[in-house]
Design a binder for this molecule. Structure first.
Ligand code: MEV
Length: 289
């Protein structure tokens, strides 16, 4: 029996623009998915296409038990975390000796296949390695970790990443003269933010700008806007939607002393709040489960 865990993630900057080869910055966060895999001759029968694909790609059969702290379909990378942790647990249980890099690549290939080609390697990279990662096209660079005080607000409004990605593609096709400059501007925000990762106040301002640009791309939602404004009014340095939008989650970067006040304000609007920070470890073996 082998148990591995992998963290969820938030996009700090650049979601949607990454789909067009622009840079994105994402950070691993503390909630994790725990996956236990055991040798078993009986073929696996699970409903998750991600887990099914992990066993198929690794060419083994086994049983699997999952315990997740990450809400699914919220934009916090739960499917990538499940995929990465399952591949690591299979690798360990069956002594397949794949490297972390091979696992990250396999996890991305599985996400891409299950999501019908509409995925950037962001979620699987961040979940595999932890920390803060700059993604540009297929290249990935770890940025120095910083201790950001984040509050995540989950609107509890369900959304579909592939639908939102498709919606942006359609807007881009119909209004290239408007949408292309918006995507370029998101790139500008991301590239500027890289130089201010240690300055939370400045990062907050870039988050506000990024949120406005995502709204212009048409991936906002009234529930997201409400939580973003609520967080700013409660003292956050800045706030934006995170992930695909159209529902799902927002993030606020906060002064340490105000993070619980921001979380409480968010919870006052039919939403779930999570006070969190960086996870620097990525996928890891769990011993005492
Ligand atoms: C979804 O979390 C973020 C998007 O940029 C899609 C992706 O990067 O795979 C919308």
């Amino acid at each position: 029996m082998a148990t591995w865990s992998a963290p969820g993630k938030v996009f700090l900057f650049g979601e949607h623009a990454v789909v067009y080869g622009k840079p994105g910055i994402a950070m691993a966060i503390r909630p994790r998915v725990y996956v236990t895999v055991r040798h078993s001759k009986r073929p696996l029968s699970v409903s998750s296409p991600y887990i099914q694909s992990c066993f198929t790609e690794m060419g083994v059969t086994g049983s699997v038990y999952i315990n997740s702290q990450i809400p699914s379909s919220s934009g916090l990378g739960s499917s990538a975390a499940v995929t990465v942790a399952t591949l690591c647990a299979i690798n360990d249980e069956f002594q397949l000796e794949k490297t972390r890099e091979e696992i990250a690549d396999m996890a991305f290939a599985i996400e891409k296949k299950v999501q019908k080609g509409r995925a950037s390697p962001t979620d699987t990279t961040v979940s595999s390695y932890g920390g803060i990662v700059l993604i540009t096209g297929t290249s990935r660079r770890r940025l120095p970790p910083v201790n950001l005080h984040l509050v995540i607000g989950d609107t509890l409004v369900s959304h579909s990443t592939s639908q939102m990605v498709e919606q942006v593609a359609e807007m881009k096709k119909q209004h290239p003269e408007i949408i292309n400059p918006v995507i370029d501007a998101i790139e500008g925000v991301t590239m500027s933010a890289i130089h201010h990762l240690n300055n939370q106040k400045e990062l907050g301002r870039y988050m506000d700008m990024n949120h406005g640009l995502l709204d212009a791309l048409g991936v906002g939602h009234p529930a997201l806007s409400r939580l973003v404004l609520t967080a700013r009014m409660a003292g956050a340095f800045g706030a934006k939607l995170t992930g695909a939008g159209g529902g799902g989650c927002m993030i606020a970067i906060c002064p340490k002393a105000l993070k619980h006040r921001v979380a409480k304000a968010i919870e006052g609007h039919n939403a779930r709040a999570l006070v969190t920070g960086i996870d620097t470890e990525g996928a890891r073996k769990e011993k005492n489960v």
